[in-house]
Ligand binder design. Structure first.
Ligand SMILES: [Zn+2]
Ligand SMILES: [Zn+2]
Length: 172
């Protein structure tokens, strides 16, 4: 897999220590929603994926989701160039699934919007499976793969990605 370390994407350090998670039932899949540039998946545009990940971290740590998060809310972030960015990483409690739902599943974000880039390409789906396998191997994630909308009132991860989740979240 193509792992982008926190040093490589220039992550800010978390503002306080993570809460440790021994294991989870599995993984929940998210999308960014909103507008993601339609040409983000073009071969030359991967630099913009890293910009997006830094933007999300900045927004989450500045309180954009109602409270100041200690780090971006996701454990891993996947882009349409089959790269997997390390977010909070394995064995750390995420802050993306909704209150009371974070210890049950790791949170994996796909760089995919509700306008612009809305359909996952094959490289994004491979990256998601790479991230799921990584969290199973390094974070004791269980077999479940669900969407953010499972158990929480949200459109996330969008219909195209949710259909993929429901079909078994398999490699294309
Ligand atoms: Zn979500
Ligand atoms: Zn990319």
């Amino acid at each position: 897999m193509n792992l982008v370390t926190r040093a490589e994407w220039n992550a800010k350090k978390p503002s306080s220590p993570y809460t440790r998670l021994r294991s989870t039932k599995g993984v929940k899949i998210h999308y960014t929603g909103g507008k993601v540039p339609a040409d983000l998946a073009d071969a030359g545009n991967h630099d913009r994926c890293a910009d997006l990940v830094r933007d999300i971290q900045r927004m989450h740590m500045a309180g954009g989701r109602g409270e100041r998060y200690i780090d971006l809310g996701y454990n891993m972030v996947c882009c349409p160039h089959r790269q997997v960015f390390v977010g909070r990483g394995p064995h750390h409690l995420p802050a993306a699934n909704g209150a009371g739902l974070n210890s049950g599943h790791y949170a994996v974000l796909a760089l995919l919007g509700s306008s612009g880039l809305t359909e996952p390409n094959d490289d994004l789906l491979h990256a998601l499976v790479d991230a799921i396998e990584y969290l199973r191997e390094h974070g004791d994630a269980g077999r479940e793969v669900k969407g953010h909308r499972d158990g929480y009132d949200t459109s996330c991860p969008g219909d195209p990605l949710y259909r993929w989740v429901e079909a078994g979240a398999e490699r294309p």
